[in-house]
Ligand binder design. Structure first.
Ligand code: SF4
Ligand code: SF4
Length: 459
């Protein structure tokens, strides 16, 4: 290689992002996706406005450390339920991915759902795919300025409304609306409102498929949940190839069913060609299925050249729905949901914590009686003020004594009280070094108990 040649070689390590202009498409799967968008976004925007018992039905009240969920109040002590819910959500994702591929990406992921709406606004203001491409290449004119400005107004308004709704899940939304009206937003409200609006605008308006391609961790690890029986969207190569178009198609013998119209590529929101095989960039939106089905119908060929299928089915082998991994995920999911429901039903509005006095194991009350001293903490997780009664069991003739007045054994909703108590027992009965006894706290029909150590009188 000469010196001159060496100087002219350019090694481009950075590939500039090419804007994707997805073509609008209609069909049975796009109808289902639009339905999913309407239902999911409808829920997101409406739910914070729902009231139950005079309170916001769903409110994650972080300043007061309580979650209102359809009339229930969850406290920090109920964190286990939130953790369980997240684990259930993760296993549901594993289960549905193993069974039906990237169903989540195509139909329910917030990135997909909001991007759909932003693209719809873009089409509304700038027109279809070809018009948008022409508009971007055209010089700035009044018409271009008008269309671009209209799009930005719609995008920004929608993003701000989304930010407002998001904050409305954490601050009572009616109060928040009032604060905005009189422009008296708190610093955190202001920060999260603009932050979430900006995130919506940036992710759904500009980044779009780049979030799926470069930022989403799920896109990277979901292949670990796939096997050859997982549902995928695939091009039927055996049927489609050799692809041909136009005159060549009419003159060649045995052309494949693909007429190489590239519509499946034009409608793809991530800009890939499904005919190149299974790719991690595919978010399973099924737009290529609808586009190709329409082409097949117009060409008088059977639909399904691109379809939902499995790798086994494509290679002529039978597909199995019930596989070990699907059964395993289903069993774990069933166990988790059962555990969650059972624990939730048994959830007590009384939360207790008992600490034994660190300085003395036991004290003599008189020549026949000993006592152990504890600090009892009670949290009222109910919606009403609660009055508590105490009892102990596990040894005969146990008695619970407290020096505080009975109104000290009372707690407002969400209040944590701390009460010093003594549990007394005859020394001839509590005659082992350690006994396990049960301390119970009752309020009305509710009761919660905790096993505690009781130090006895042993010579
Ligand atoms: S839409 Fe169908 S026929 Fe057209 S290029 Fe894609 S696979 Fe081929
Ligand atoms: S290849 Fe088809 S299913 Fe996959 S993202 Fe593109 S249009 Fe959607």
């Amino acid at each position: 290689m000469s010196t001159q040649e060496r100087e002219t070689i350019e090694l481009n390590l950075y590939q500039a992002h090419k804007k994707i202009y997805p073509r609008e498409v209609k069909g049975r799967f796009q109808f289902k996706r639009k339905l999913a968008v309407v239902v999911l976004l409808g829920l997101f925007y409406l739910v914070p406005w729902l009231q139950m018992g005079g309170e916001q039905a769903i409110l994650f009240d972080l300043p007061n450390r309580r979650f209102h969920i359809l009339g229930l109040i969850l406290w920090p002590q109920d964190f286990i339920f939130l953790a369980l819910l997240l684990i259930i959500a993760a296993f549901s994702l594993f289960f549905f991915t193993a069974l039906a591929g990237r169903l989540w990406c195509g139909y329910a992921c917030p990135q997909t759902v909001w991007t759909e709406v932003f693209i719809w606004m873009e089409q509304l203001t700038e027109g279809g795919r070809n018009q948008r491409m022409k508009l971007d290449q055209a010089p700035w004119t009044w018409n271009k300025f008008r269309k671009k400005t209209s799009k930005q107004i719609l995008w920004v308004t929608f993003a701000l409304w989304t930010g407002f709704t998001f904050v409305g899940f954490f601050t009572p939304i009616r109060e928040l609306a009032n604060h905005i009206w009189i422009w008296q937003l708190g610093p955190w409200e202001m920060f999260w409102l603009f932050f979430y609006s900006f995130a919506t605008y940036g992710n759904a308006g500009f980044l779009r498929e780049q979030v799926c391609l470069y930022m989403c961790p799920y896109a990277r690890f979901q292949s670990a949940m796939f096997d050859k029986d997982s549902l995928i969207i695939s091009y039927d190569e055996q049927r489609g190839e050799p692809r041909m178009r136009g005159k060549k198609r009419r003159t060649e013998n045995n052309p494949g069913d693909c007429i190489d119209c590239t519509l499946c590529v034009q409608v793809c929101p991530t800009g890939i060609d499904i005919r190149d095989g299974l790719q991690y960039e595919c978010i399973a939106c099924a737009a290529c299925i609808d586009a190709c089905d329409e082409v097949m119908e117009k060409s008088g060929m059977p639909k399904g050249l691109i379809r939902y299928t499995t790798e086994h089915s494509l290679s002529g082998k039978p597909s199995r729905i019930l596989r070990p991994r699907v059964i395993l995920y289903a069993l774990v999911l069933f166990g988790l949901i059962t555990g969650f429901v059972t624990a939730f039903m048994m959830r007590s509005p009384i939360s207790i914590n008992v600490l034994h006095d660190r300085n003395t194991f036991y004290r003599m009350v008189d020549s026949n009686t000993i006592e152990n001293v504890y600090t009892l903490k009670i949290m009222n997780k109910g919606r009403e003020t609660a009055q508590y009664q105490l009892s102990a069991s596990g040894l005969p003739e146990l008695s619970v004594v407290t020096d505080v007045d009975s109104d000290m054994l009372q707690a407002e909703p969400g209040q944590l009280i701390s009460v010093p108590i003594k549990i007394r027992a005859p020394k001839k009965i509590a005659n082992q070094r350690i006994h396990n006894i049960l301390l119970s706290v009752m309020s009305g029909q509710h009761k919660n108990s905790e096993e505690v150590k009781y130090f006895g009188y042993k010579k």
